[in-house]
Ligand binder design. Structure first.
Ligand SMILES: NC(=O)c1ccc[n+]([C@@H]2O[C@H](COP(=O)([O-])OP(=O)(O)OC[C@H]3O[C@@H](n4cnc5c(N)ncnc54)[C@H](OP(=O)(O)O)[C@@H]3O)[C@@H](O)[C@H]2O)c1
Length: 296
């Protein structure tokens, strides 16, 4: 699939939040009573995801990142929304590549909150692009550590609480793993980032395969091309950074607002129009589309 084909899967392509995915407009996007965890919630796309979820009235919003001061800013922006039913905010100063710290965080959330309905693995890292022989091996591996090991460790620690929540409530629980359009293209110099994001797509498929019967619905998502600290340093992609981070925020809220089991284990882009995406449901399922498979 080419980059363009992937970005234009629905005829209408969005660059900013729109009514169908805006929780301040659509009551059907409510997450009332639910507990939501967003990693990488201190800035960039993760902050917008947190803000838009806050507007969807969850009971608890758990914000994770390493930089405490940035989590404070996200919290302050949520409070500044002056919501009629603001969520309880829990801030986790956490390095997702530290297995012990992630396990401790899961135990804290289980004890203090007791449920997790939506897990969003958004924390990510991109090195400067370089051909394989030219780049820094440590930085290459750092990319895999944050983008794959981090996602794996968070899944490893939190899947038990997710499945327990499903058992208690009877409702499906959600895993959204932030991948990238980079997962499905092969651009010279981008192998560290693009291979790690392709691995995230396949890992998401494994979550669905292994935990679907336990009530988990897992989807990997391209969050748009957004100017952030991560993307600002990658000079090759500057012309593509034209999306609002709120597009991801709204789309994520839409994605977890109802159980769309036909998207389980699949890859989607926030740029796609949600109504047109729903109209392609049969085509997606019957064609076994939006999966990271080697085709013959
Ligand atoms: N921006 C784009 O155009 C674009 C396109 C496709 C995909 N994405 C993906 O979208 C996600 C968000 O990226 P962004 O552009 O918003 O980047 P960003 O502004 O740099 O934000 C990244 C977030 O992840 C956190 N993070 C990084 N390493 C971490 C670690 N080891 N442990 C815990 N948290 C960590 C950061 O906080 P701390 O540094 O404080 O930990 C920060 O809150 C990433 O997965 C990225 O790959 C972005």
């Amino acid at each position: 699939m080419t980059r363009n084909a992937a970005l234009t899967f629905t005829p209408t392509i969005h660059k900013d939040i729109y009514p169908a995915i805006n929780p301040t407009i659509q009551p059907s996007l409510s997450h009332s009573g639910r507990s939501i965890l967003v990693t990488g919630a201190g800035r960039g796309i993760g902050r917008s995801i947190a803000l838009r979820y806050a507007e969807a009235s969850p009971s608890t919003l758990i914000l994770a990142a390493r930089t405490s001061s940035e989590l404070d800013v996200t919290e302050a922006e949520i409070l500044a929304l002056n919501l009629t039913s603001p969520p309880t905010i829990v801030k986790l100063v956490l390095d997702v590549t530290d297995g012990k710290a992630v396990a401790r965080a899961a135990s804290t959330i289980k004890n203090d909150i007791g449920r997790l309905d939506v897990l969003i693995n958004n924390a990510g890292y991109s090195p400067e692009w370089a051909p394989i022989a030219d780049g820094d091996p440590e930085d290459y591996w750092r990319t895999w550590e944050v983008n794959l090991k981090g996602v794996y460790l968070v899944l490893h620690a939190f899947l038990p609480l997710l499945t327990e929540t499903h058992e208690k409530t009877g409702a499906l629980v959600h895993v959204l793993n932030v991948s990238s359009i980079g997962a499905i293209v092969c651009i010279a110099g981008a192998s560290a980032y693009e291979t790690s994001k392709l691995a995230v797509v396949r890992l998401t498929q494994f979550v669905q395969t292994e935990y679907g019967a336990k009530g988990v619905l897992a989807t990997s998502v391209h969050p748009g091309g957004v100017l952030t600290e991560l993307s600002r340093n990658v000079k090759e992609i500057q012309p593509f950074l034209t999306d609002s981070p709120n597009l991801a925020g709204g789309f994520f809220v839409w994605l977890t607002s109802q159980p769309r089991t036909w998207l389980g284990g699949r890859f989607v882009s926030v740029a796609w129009d949600v109504e047109e995406l729903e109209s392609k449901k049969d085509e997606i399922v019957e064609g076994d589309k939006l999966k990271a498979d080697v085709r013959f």
